[in-house]
Design a protein around this ligand. Structure first.
Ligand code: BTN
Length: 278
């Protein structure tokens, strides 16, 4: 959908708008109070961005059953057929642009917590910065888009893709991706999973504004990389080392072979290879 499309059209094709109850039965306060549900979009991120520019409130969600131009990290195409959960959440965090890296970690942690809550037998992990994986195959991802004004964040769009009921992936994705239906053998209610994930994201988002360490502790619990030897491809080149920690900015702290430490932010790099846990 083009950015300059008349925004009135967006409101006219709203199919679903409801007040949501949490999985635990409590009314949710902010995230998902407004949900715009489309059967098919180019990308929920694009529509959420337009809505946010028009002043949509924090917590507004755009969800599509299918995306024709799903956006992945690093300008990659995100495979978004029917069956998956594809949504974008509008955030208005009080932060400066240099702090927004932590939103990637927050998103991945919220999804991992939701999967863990609903499917406790699955061993869900976060592969820094934003991949949610099961048995090293990607089950979900997060893409953050930020609009800033004089270094302050005006709004952020958290795009979330979860391979919920996706049964098959085209090659080469079939080697690296998985879905909840493939892992559990059962289909999952999209509404239930969305509710649960929004609830986890909302709790993490507001509690991390009071205590940033809490988010970090949760992220460490799910991290698949701590204590592992990795190769990180960055804009500065390749770095090999041992993953020592994650920090509050969403950065990966690597101990290089030289013994020096290097911090890499989510937008600066991605993991190329992993070796055995030591
Ligand atoms: C990644 O590359 O890991 C991030 C993938 C994010 C995909 C989601 S699906 C909903 C939202 N809309 C998009 O176009 N992309 C994000």
């Amino acid at each position: 959908m083009a950015e300059n499309q008349n925004s009135k059209d967006l409101y006219m094709i709203i199919k679903e708008k409801y007040q949501r109850k949490s999985v635990a039965g409590q009314l949710q306060s902010v995230f998902g109070k407004e949900i715009y549900h489309y059967s098919c979009l180019e990308s929920t991120n694009k529509v959420a961005y337009l809505l946010a520019k028009k002043g949509a409130e924090e917590g507004t969600v755009v969800v599509a059953d299918e995306q024709t131009q799903g956006e992945g990290r690093g300008d990659h195409y995100w495979y978004s057929p029917q069956g998956g959960l594809w949504f974008s959440l509008i955030l208005r965090p009080r932060m400066v642009s240099s702090e927004t890296s932590r939103l990637s970690i927050l998103g991945a942690t919220g999804i991992a917590m939701s999967i863990d809550r609903l499917f406790s037998s699955l061993k869900v992990r976060i592969r820094w910065p934003n991949d949610v994986v099961i048995k090293d195959k990607k089950v979900a991802g997060v893409l953050i888009k930020v609009r800033t004004e004089r270094c302050n964040v005006n709004f952020a769009i958290m795009g979330v893709g979860v391979n919920l009921n996706v049964r098959e992936f085209p090659s080469p994705l079939s080697f690296t991706a998985t879905s909840l239906i493939k892992e559990t053998g059962d289909s999952t209610s999209k509404k239930k999973f969305l509710e649960s994930t929004l609830e986890e994201l909302e709790n993490l988002y507001f509690s991390s504004q009071v205590n940033g360490q809490m988010l970090l502790e949760k992220a460490r619990l799910f991290s698949s990389l701590l204590g592992r030897q990795v190769e990180v491809i960055t804009t500065e080149g390749k770095f090999q080392g041992l993953v020592q920690d994650l920090d509050e900015d969403g950065g990966l702290i690597l101990r290089l072979e030289s013994g020096l430490h290097k911090k890499i932010l989510p937008e600066e790099g991605y993991i190329k290879e992993r070796s055995q846990k030591i």
